[in-house]
Design a protein around this ligand. Structure first.
Ligand SMILES: [Zn+2]
Length: 120
């Protein structure tokens, strides 16, 4: 499997972490989630974005099966931030998937807490 690299920071990135960013006029670039958020924040003149990378967490369901959830936080505009939690199978999203939407100045941990409540 070939690993894609972010066209901004040149770091290798997992498929689930890659986002096409751009427009018809400027062309598209493949960015990692962190660089995507930086670009969006810059576009809207936002300087106080908490651009954190969230570590995966393991949760056990009522049947005793373990699920590993990965997180992706995306800034979608001056008033919207989306936090996804999802399972991976061979590096692509599969299984359970949850989403919570908040405001960019919400505390990331608050969003995460809300999402983890949904996971349970
Ligand atoms: Zn990057």
């Amino acid at each position: 499997m070939t690993q894609e690299r972010c066209e901004q920071c040149a770091q290798p990135m997992a498929a689930y972490d890659a986002i096409h960013y751009g427009s018809m006029e400027t062309g598209h670039r493949l960015l990692c989630t962190q660089c995507f958020n930086v670009e969006v924040a810059r576009r809207y003149g936002m300087t106080d974005l908490e651009n954190v990378r969230l570590e995966p967490i393991d949760m056990v369901d009522s049947a005793g099966d373990s699920h590993r959830f990965h997180f992706q936080m995306r800034l979608l505009g001056p008033n919207m931030i989306v936090l996804d939690a999802f399972e991976l199978r061979e590096d692509v999203r599969a299984g359970y998937e949850f989403r919570t939407v908040g405001e960019p100045d919400d505390d990331v941990l608050t969003l995460l807490g809300r999402l983890v409540e949904k996971l349970r």
